[in-house]
Design a protein around this ligand. Structure first.
Ligand SMILES: [Zn+2]
Length: 333
């Protein structure tokens, strides 16, 4: 298949630039009740969280939580806690660590299980740009959307750092991640904030889109799913490269677009690359991230009871800014 099939693909258009009409107050109430605490930064986040019109974040303005000095501190904070030196959670699993395994504290390193869809040598082949980097040794081959090889309630914690945006079945992935964690265990998720990434010019993925993907299940034709998400990805990257984020592609970019078209379609359909994780399927702003977890809790809670222990945006001392969520699997569920 080539360019023609791409143009003829049934492209869904379920994404939006607008947040839902659900009130922020309701979400804040939900989060406070779930966490039993406050989200002090949220009250200060008075700019347009639905879009990207606001300035880049500063820790005191647009983070929901106290800024963490480093990624290691983030994992230390959640796996060990403020006091003590022993891990509260052990027997972890990380999905898609690639060349950036999470810097978990020493007490959590034993028993870590690294899962990816393909093995380390194939990852090297798929990501030639990482040829000089060390890729985490993959211990279990499994699809991160479903983790069918991982028994339920078998892990103390799960880490998915910059993985959720690569999951075509986002909600199913979250459900699976919660399923494999024991009661009382936690799921630590980090994701890119679209406004400061190459996804900036893309629409925000709507909740209805996530639900649509969820209801279609994992058995649908993979090529169809990829082709549906591909135009938005391709266009946004072209806009990024052409320097017109949010705008239309100028004539100077037309040639690029044509070649990118063919290039990506070829990689998806013939080289089987994109289905292995090269694409950001979905995007989040600060507000839509909050809304996502509010709604995910309602949608998935009956199946895999959990609390949203913490959620927000975090700016590290090195300037990296991520969306994050910490989910806690309920005991006895
Ligand atoms: Zn989707």
């Amino acid at each position: 298949m080539g360019d023609q099939s791409f143009k003829g693909a049934d492209v869904r258009s379920q994404q939006t630039n607008n947040c839902s009409s659900d009130s922020e107050a309701a979400m804040v109430g939900f989060l406070a009740a779930n966490k039993g605490g406050r989200f002090p930064g949220l009250q200060h986040a008075n700019h347009d969280l639905c879009g990207c019109e606001h300035k880049p974040p500063t820790p005191n303005v647009s983070t929901y939580n106290v800024s963490t000095s480093s990624l290691s501190a983030f994992y230390l904070k959640h796996l060990v806690g403020d006091r003590g030196t022993d891990c509260k959670y052990v027997g972890g699993l990380e999905v898609g660590a690639l060349n950036h395994p999470a810097p978990v504290p020493d007490c959590a390193r034993d028993g870590m299980l690294y899962v990816d869809q393909v093995g380390s040598s194939e990852l090297h082949a798929l990501y030639p740009e990482l040829r000089n980097k060390s890729i985490t040794s993959v211990q279990l081959l499994d699809d991160g959307n479903v983790l069918s090889q991982v028994p339920s309630a078998s892990r103390g914690f799960l880490i998915a750092s910059h993985v959720i945006e690569h999951m075509p079945h986002t909600l199913l992935a979250v459900e699976s991640w919660l399923r494999v964690v024991r009661g009382g265990g936690i799921v630590l998720i980090r994701a890119p904030w679209k406004c400061i990434s190459f996804d900036r010019s893309r629409p925000v993925t709507s909740w209805s889109h996530f639900m649509s993907d969820y209801h279609r299940g994992v058995d649908m034709d993979a090529d169809v799913l990829w082709l549906e998400h591909l135009p938005e990805w391709t266009m946004s990257h072209l806009q990024h490269l052409c320097g017109t984020p949010g705008g239309t592609v100028g004539s100077g970019c037309a040639a690029h677009f044509s070649s990118w078209h063919s290039h990506f379609v070829d990689r998806v359909l013939n080289q089987n690359f994109m289905r292995r994780g090269g694409v950001h399927f979905h995007t989040w702003t600060q507000q839509s991230w909050l809304e996502f977890w509010w709604r995910a809790h309602r949608a998935l809670g009956p199946k895999v009871p959990f609390r949203v222990q913490d959620v927000g945006v975090e700016t590290l001392d090195d300037g990296a800014t991520d969306l994050f969520a910490v989910l806690s699997r309920k005991h006895g569920s």
